[in-house]
Design a protein around this ligand. Structure first.
Ligand code: AMP
Ligand code: MN
Ligand code: MN
Ligand code: MN
Length: 276
């Protein structure tokens, strides 16, 4: 069992890196990665502390990128956390998060929410600030019934408080990952609801940049969706990854390490990562 995609409170998850680690061990996970949005603070702490023989911890990150007006997530796995180029790109992304958060706050002010930026910062607690923190603000203010409602009414693409963010592009993300010695993976490829043409274009740009993998199993997927993603991985000769994309018990339908199995026909990205 592996889990190469989840989130701690260093981005929009609720658990600490250590709590996630303990849950992964309890679930029988053998290879684990913590992939916070545009942050390696949590996984750095885990790797510095990990001397367990029970489970291998792989460094990871989930980069937000912009591709043809879509927000596409690229996982960087097995990266050198000390790499200077990688750190610079992470800083760019953190800056973009702050700029965007202030813009979201201005839009929310027009909807009657005062000081949304400060309120979201309090919830994010100095970590990678994102839309889920604003979703909590909207929930606390009683403007929406649940977090999903905050996205469908305010924060989702083209809604009242949506801001098109100047994330790095796919070549920049893949290049930073490669410079840091890691493997770039397209996260949850079916979640973007791209047409086949757009998905093919995305994969071409990704592969031309040096990307090597695609998430075949991600969170809660049906057997048919997994088979579809597996076929894409084979058609484009991409290595297959698998992760729960766990954020919190309330939000995530799949617990750490509990996502469905990778189809046998796939070529697992972790097969070359030896246990040591
Ligand atoms: P951000 O990276 O700040 O743009 O936030 C994206 C994150 O918001 C995703 O990683 C999800 O955790 C969460 N998210 C995105 N869309 C939705 C949605 N429709 N409902 C609930 N959470 C969402
Ligand atoms: Mn998230
Ligand atoms: Mn994602
Ligand atoms: Mn994720």
């Amino acid at each position: 069992m592996v889990d190469l995609h989840c989130h701690s409170h260093f981005s929009d998850g609720v658990l600490s890196p250590e709590e996630l680690y303990n849950r992964a061990v309890s679930s029988g996970v053998k290879i684990f990665s913590l992939t916070d949005h545009d942050s390696v603070d949590g996984v750095s702490r885990l790797i510095a502390a990990n001397n367990s023989q029970q489970m291998q911890v792989i460094s990871g990150i989930e980069f937000s990128t912009r591709f043809k007006k879509h927000d596409i997530h690229i996982l960087g796995l097995n990266i050198d956390l000390a790499n200077v180029g990688l750190s610079k790109v992470i800083q760019l992304q953190k800056d973009s998060r702050v700029v965007r958060a202030k813009q979201i706050s201005e839009l929310l002010a027009k909807c009657g929410v005062e000081n949304a930026y400060d309120k979201a910062c309090d919830i994010a607690n100095n970590n990678s600030i994102g839309r889920p923190h604003f979703a909590k603000v909207l929930l606390n203010e009683g403007l929406v019934r649940d977090l999903q409602g905050a996205f469908t009414q305010y924060l989702g693409a083209r809604k009242k408080a949506y801001v098109a963010t100047s994330w790095i592009d796919i070549p920049q993300a893949v290049d930073a990952i490669i410079q840091a010695g890691g493997s770039a993976v397209i996260a949850h490829p079916l979640k973007y609801r791209l047409t086949n043409t757009k998905l093919n274009e995305l994969i071409k740009e990704f592969k031309d940049s040096g990307g090597v993998g695609i998430e075949v199993v991600s969170g809660d997927m049906s057997a048919a969706e997994i088979d579809h993603a597996a076929e894409i991985s084979l058609r484009f000769d991409l290595l297959a990854s698998s992760g729960s994309d766990y954020h919190a018990d309330r939000i995530s339908r799949v617990a750490i390490g509990r996502q469905k199995a990778l189809p046998k026909k796939c070529n697992p990205i972790w097969s070359k990562w030896s246990l040591n």
